[in-house]
Design a protein around this ligand. Sequence first.
Ligand SMILES: NC(=O)c1ccc[n+]([C@@H]2O[C@H](COP(=O)([O-])OP(=O)(O)OC[C@H]3O[C@@H](n4cnc5c(N)ncnc54)[C@H](O)[C@@H]3O)[C@@H](O)[C@H]2O)c1
Length: 256
Amino acid sequence: MTKIAAITGAASGIGRGTAKRLLDEGWSVVVLDRDREGLETLCKDFTVYGDRLAALDCDVSSVESVVGAFQLLGRRFGRLNGLVCSAGVLRIGALEAMSVEDFDQLFAVNVRGLWLSAREAMPLLKLAGAEGELARIVFLASISGIRHKIDSDAYAATKSAVIALTKVMAVECAPYRVLVNAVAPATVDTPMVRPHLKPGSNTRYRTSGASPLGRIAQPEDVAAVIAFLMSENAGYVSGTVIPVDAGTVAAYVPPS
Ligand SMILES: NC(=O)c1ccc[n+]([C@@H]2O[C@H](COP(=O)([O-])OP(=O)(O)OC[C@H]3O[C@@H](n4cnc5c(N)ncnc54)[C@H](O)[C@@H]3O)[C@@H](O)[C@H]2O)c1
């Protein structure tokens, strides 16, 4: 039976890379995003996957939108083997430079949206788990939720919250054979951070440190780890947060 995954924030970056990776591994994938144009482009680029790919307009900051999307998913597929929550936003600024609107937006998407997606997907994942099928959740945390950095206190707080949700949900959902994990990437080359990385860009974004491998991550680097967590190989892995940072925060590098 084909495995079915839903991926939020799949129109761009890591979500899009994960959709491709799972499609290449034979999954059926439902891509969800609030960016309709991005979804249309993805569907055009991925026609080779035929009817194993479906797109759904979904704004994870809206309760109605998320509830409606997962009801539709339930009616169409009856169950779900995997959920990847990649929808996210980044707002940069020190305490006094951050607006209340930006703070609220960060939590509405990165925390409440992710929690809501998991809540609405859970009955469908439990059905798969009860049948002995794969039932997996992978959240996008961030290395900045583990080692926080200046100028992104609110973003870091959202990612620490994602880590807390991962651990508690993993234990709560284990009896239903739903495994819950997170990945914590350092800087990844996606539209979220690309404008900040351009030489001469006048923003306060900083990476979490120099990558010991000498390059920042590509979405494919993160998608590969997510695909592992979604696979049979990770059948005894739950409640973990896997850094995908090439060792960036593994050891302090003193200034020379
Ligand atoms: N790029 C990085 O350096 C990096 C590092 C660590 C963690 N992350 C996390 O990885 C995830 C994916 O980020 P990315 O780098 O691929 O960014 P991205 O901007 O390329 O993709 C994010 C996607 O989320 C969608 N999205 C935003 N708000 C939404 C909403 N309310 N409802 C539905 N979709 C929404 C966007 O439309 C976009 O398609 C995020 O959670 C981000 O915080 C990114």
